[in-house]
Design a protein around this ligand. Structure first.
Ligand code: PLP
Length: 394
């Protein structure tokens, strides 16, 4: 394939050429239809070809695509108003970028400037991106090994263990980052009580608390922000992936005093805040709140969950079901790559967790997933797992 020749060997490729999508379904170039449980790695939250988002993009391209943030723009203003209605309380300021990793890089710089402290703590199992700052905060050693040195003064603490976290804090610690639900590590929600404990610790020690909601935010868990599941608000919240319905975009939401500590020219992005992404994002946020997508994530998520629990009781090779809403992992006793390929043959696209021993199937479907989709997902899973168990027996 030309893509393999020219783009190198960076991505784990699946043997499908996707051409179009609608709602929770995608089609390949031969016209085969699939249920999309990967959702472009969690980007396609509003569903493919969402009318609200598509219309907003079409309207905007007929006006103007590029307006640098050194000019004012009404589409950007409208987006800022929209996001301010859904932002967690007190996170009233926003920095705009283009990807998850950029949202994290901005959070690192803002915190350093605000606190004057360089020490950072992230969690074991974390994933925050691939640029040097966010990569430094990403746990998996093999992602970093060939690119060292990483940003100095970075430590990793046990996710969910407040005693371990407390023991790692020193006078130079100014920044603690975590995903309320770890994504790449295979969907691990923070244990109940942990986020509250971390919040208290950060308040006592004057540490900026950053939540990375790039994967778990934007309605996926049945709440606009995953942290709402535990009623804890960070000092900075990073969001990206589906924020602009598939157009590259990110927002670093901060308390005003944090962004206020930055001076002109200390952070910027050529594309950040461009009207195309802003138009798409305002429509995306409206789709989430006004078209019932967040409620659907909760409702369909719990339907899927109860079906998966039944499969777990039936099939011994399923070890655990984890997650919230439409952010779900199925952990197996076995390598899941064969299951993934068998599912594609049966027209369902899953995701696996790169981080683990490849024994986790991950579901990050569009939030418009339907009851019919759930029935089909459960039917196919039941069938391919039974086949796998038969192969193992023989
Ligand atoms: N943070 C989390 C939690 C993610 O899941 C990801 C990507 O999967 C990122 C950050 C990095 O986002 P991007 O790939 O857009 O740079």
């Amino acid at each position: 394939m030309l893509e393999d020749e020219i783009l190198g060997n960076l991505y784990q490729k699946l043997p499908v050429t996707l051409e179009k999508g609608l709602g929770s379904h995608v089609w390949d170039i031969d016209g085969n239809e699939y249920i999309d449980c990967m959702g472009a790695y969690g980007v396609a939250i509003t569903g493919h070809r969402n009318q609200r988002v598509n219309n907003a993009i079409k309207n905007q391209i007929d006006k103007i695509i590029s307006v640098h943030s050194s000019f004012y723009n009404k589409t950007r203003e409208n987006f800022l108003e929209t996001i301010s209605h859904v932002a967690p309380k007190n996170l009233s300021n926003v920095y705009l970028g283009n990807s998850g990793t950029e949202a994290i890089e901005a959070a690192i710089k803002f915190s350093r400037k605000y606190t004057g402290k360089k020490g950072m703590i992230a969690m074991k199992g974390s994933y925050h991106g691939r640029t040097m700052g966010s990569l430094s905060l990403t746990f998996t050693p093999k992602y970093k090994k060939s690119f060292e040195p990483m940003v100095e003064n970075t430590q990793f603490s046990e996710f969910g263990n407040i005693t371990d976290l407390e023991s790692k804090i020193n006078s130079e610690t100014g920044f603690i980052i975590l995903e309320p639900i770890q994504g790449e590590s295979g969907i691990h929600p923070a244990p109940d009580g942990f986020l509250q404990q971390v919040r208290k610790l950060c308040d006592e020690k004057n540490i900026v608390l950053v939540f990375d909601e790039v994967q778990c935010g934007l309605g996926r868990t049945g709440k606009m922000w995953a942290c709402e599941n535990w009623n804890v608000i960070p000092d900075i919240l990073c969001t990206s992936k589906g924020l602009a319905g598939g157009i590259p975009f990110s927002a670093t939401l901060t308390k005003s005093e944090i962004l206020d500590s930055m001076e002109k020219g200390e952070q910027s992005s050529t594309f950040g805040g461009n009207p195309l992404a802003c138009a798409a994002s305002a429509a995306t946020l409206t789709a989430l709140t006004d078209d019932g997508l967040i409620d659907n994530a909760a409702k369909i998520g719990s339907l899927l969950w109860s079906g998966l629990e039944k499969l777990k009781n039936k099939h011994k090779i399923i070890r655990e079901i984890r997650g919230k809403g439409l952010m779900i992992a199925i952990e197996f006793e076995i390598d899941v790559r064969e299951l993934l390929l068998r599912a594609i043959e049966q027209r369902i696209i899953f995701l696996f967790s790169l981080y683990s021993d490849k024994n986790i199937l991950r579901l990050l479907p569009p939030l418009v997933l339907t009851e019919n989709d759930v029935s089909e997902i459960l039917r196919v899973l039941d069938e391919i797992i039974s086949n796998e168990e038969n192969i193992q027996k023989n």
